[in-house]
Structures are given as structure tokens and as C-alpha cells.
Design a protein around this ligand. Structure first.
Ligand code: C5P
Length: 329
């Protein structure tokens, strides 16, 4: 059988809001967050070939190998084997809080079943995503979404306009587990029941505003408190974004990347020039907020050749080879 290939864009995320509550029994912190996809992306070429034995190449230099873990997860779940080749072009800053590794993993969860003619029911796909990392399930959804629990329980929010955004990569990677540890050392994460209720009410109120298009000067990211003192340049970047007119301007996830949402592309370019005067010089990356509709359209486009579109465009994308594979058995 001929090999099948696809080249897919794996988009990054920012957190428009991020509140960390207490640690739950599973060791993960209870979160309230708003996730948002952006146009900045990695590119992954995926090659699939039928084989009796699974062989995966091209994932060698990738730290943590989430791409390989995702690929093995898909094949094992379906009891399938294949020869797979990956080529990753990395653009999303690593250790940036932009879900760079997670989106690559999610891209494999979306693309590989379509290439390989496999069908994974959505609840199982979400479970597989969560087993790979807390941010992975969001990339199965895209757009703007509220995240609860560990960050894996997601509910879509109304679509956002494709506003221009400046992403700022300060070049100081922050490890997520280390950021959570710093959070505890700072005495956070031991909230009383009353505080938890207050924080949830306030998050809820901000999210209602956001759902009406009033994006938030009031937004929060609890990690700024613990990560900024370790890397003073981050606070300076935030100030530059604010004085350049960003609303909101925040750090994303556990850092270290920051973002500013603007009204015009000119503002983005001026803000980029302003932040790049700082020392050590950060890198400004112009991008746009990416709605769920555009996220899905990009995915449908990049898998079009292999998709089953007989019942209209489905989400997640379905394979045109799935029924053929059943017949082959
Ligand atoms: O799930 P993920 O691999 O992204 O998590 C990395 C680490 O971040 C976890 O091992 C945990 O220490 C911390 N974490 C957490 N609470 C969350 C998400 C992550 O404590 N909701």
C-alpha cells in the first residue's frame, strides 16, 4: 500500500485568564482558566505506511517526545501498527506557556487516525489527550474555551474576532512543575473555602464580560506573582505592552512568554519595536487570535485529501480510509 503524508500546522495557545486554586487529591491543581488559540504554529510533516511492526522515526531531538507518545497512544488504543515518520519545524517558543509540546501531541491525535484509517470515539480521544498532558485536550477543541479542574475539562466560549496580538518570547524558559513548586513556596495554594468561592465568583464574572466581547483589564494570571521576581525582564515587558495599548497584556500559562492583544497591526509593530529595546532583548512575534471556526477550517484544509466528507465536515476530522480498512479485514 502506498504511503500517505500530511503537513499540518499545530497552533499555539495563550491563557487570557488563569487562576490557580488548591491542589486536588490527584496531585494536580484545580484551575479556572480561559484558553485561546493563536495563529503562531509549529509545522509537522507526518508520513504513514502500513507495516506489521511499529517503527517511528524523526522524533529524535524532540524533548519529552510527546509526538511519539501521542503516536504510540493512537496505535495502541486501536491495536494497530504502522511505520511513521515525523518532521517537526518548531516556531512556538519552548518553555513559554504556549502549549508548544501539547499542540504537537494533539496534532498527532487529530491527524494520525485520519491518515491511518482509524476511528477513535471523541470521549476516548479526549481521555488519551489528557493522559499526555493537561493542555493537550484544549487543542482538540480550539478557539476560546473555559478550562476547569486540571485544565482538561473544557467548555467553548463564543467566538473571538481575529484581533492582532503580539507574543513576546523572553528567551528564559520556565518549567511548569517548577512554577507550581514556586507557587507553593510563596505560600499560595492553601486557600480557605471562602477564598475559593470568592475567586471562582470573580473568575465567573470576568468570563461573562469576556463572552460579551469586553476583554479584560481585570484578567489575572496567578503565575506572574511567582515567575516575575525570578526574571525581572518579564515585568518590564508587561509594562511596555500595557503602555503600547494592549488590552489585555499578560503572561501566558506558567510563562515565560507574554502577550498583548491590540486593535490594529500597526500597534503590534510599534509594541514589538518597544519590547525589543529591553535587555536581554526579547523576541516579538506578531500573530492573531484564532477562532474555533478558523482553527477547524485550517485542520479540515490540511487533512482534506484524506478525509471522509460524505456526511459534511465532521469534528474531529474523520478518515476516508476507515471503512475501507474495515472491509480489508
Ligand atoms: O499535565 P502536565 O504534564 O502539563 O503537568 C505538568 C506538571 O504541572 C504536573 O506534573 C504538575 O506538577 C503540574 N500541574 C499541576 N496542576 C495542573 C496542571 C499541571 O499541578 N492543573
Amino acid at each position: 500500500m502506498a504511503a500517505r503524508t500530511a503537513t499540518v500546522r499545530a497552533f499555539a495557545k495563550i491563557n487570557l485568564d488563569l487562576k490557580v486554586l488548591n491542589k486536588a487529591a490527584d496531585g494536580f491543581h484545580e484551575l479556572r482558566s480561559v484558553f485561546q488559540t493563536v495563529s503562531l504554529h509549529d509545522t509537522i510533516e507526518i508520513g504513514w505506511e502500513k507495516s506489521r511492526k511499529t517503527e517511528i522515526t524523526g522524533t529524535g531531538e524532540i524533548p519529552d517526545n510527546l509526538i511519539e507518545k501521542a503516536a504510540r497512544g493512537v496505535l495502541d488504543h486501536c491495536g494497530a501498527t504502522a511505520r511513521l515518520h515525523f518532521r517537526l519545524t518548531k516556531r512556538i517558543p519552548m518553555g513559554g506557556g504556549m502549549g508548544g509540546g501539547s499542540t504537537d501531541a494533539a496534532a498527532v491525535l487529530l491527524a494520525l487516525p485520519v491518515l491511518a484509517g482509524l476511528k477513535i470515539p471523541r470521549p476516548e480521544l479526549i481521555r488519551l489527550a489528557a493522559s499526555l498532558g493537561s493542555d493537550v485536550p484544549f487543542f482538540l477543541l480550539g478557539g476560546t474555551a473555559v478550562a476547569l479542574g486540571r485544565g482538561t475539562e473544557l467548555y467553548p466560549l463564543p467566538e473571538t474576532p481575529a484581533k492582532p496580538v503580539l507574543i513576546v518570547a523572553p528567551g528564559v524558559p520556565v518549567s511548569t512543575p517548577e512554577a507550581y513548586r514556586a507557587f507553593h513556596r510563596a505560600g499560595d495554594g492553601k486557600l480557605t473555602d471562602t477564598q475559593v468561592i470568592q475567586y471562582i465568583e470573580s473568575f465567573q464574572s470576568r468570563t461573562w464580560d469576556l463572552s460579551q466581547g469586553r476583554s479584560g483589564t481585570q484578567s489575572e494570571n496567578d503565575f506572574e506573582r511567582v515567575v516575575f521576581p525570578q526574571h525581572p525582564v518579564l515585568g518590564s515587558i508587561l509594562k511596555k505592552l500595557q503602555t503600547s495599548g494592549a488590552n489585555p497584556a499578560r503572561m501566558t500559562g506558567s510563562g515565560s512568554a507574554l502577550f498583548g492583544v491590540f486593535t490594529t497591526k500597526d500597534q503590534v509593530l510599534r509594541a514589538k519595536a518597544a519590547v525589543e529595546t529591553l535587555h536581554p532583548s526579547p523576541r516579538g512575534i506578531p500573530a492573531r487570535l484564532l477562532s474555533r471556526a478558523r482553527y477547524r477550517a485550517a485542520w479540515w484544509r490540511q487533512l482534506q485529501q484524506h478525509m471522509d466528507a460524505t456526511d459534511g465536515m465532521q469534528w474531529p476530522p474523520q478518515s476516508q480510509y476507515a471503512s475501507r480498512r474495515r472491509n480489508e479485514r
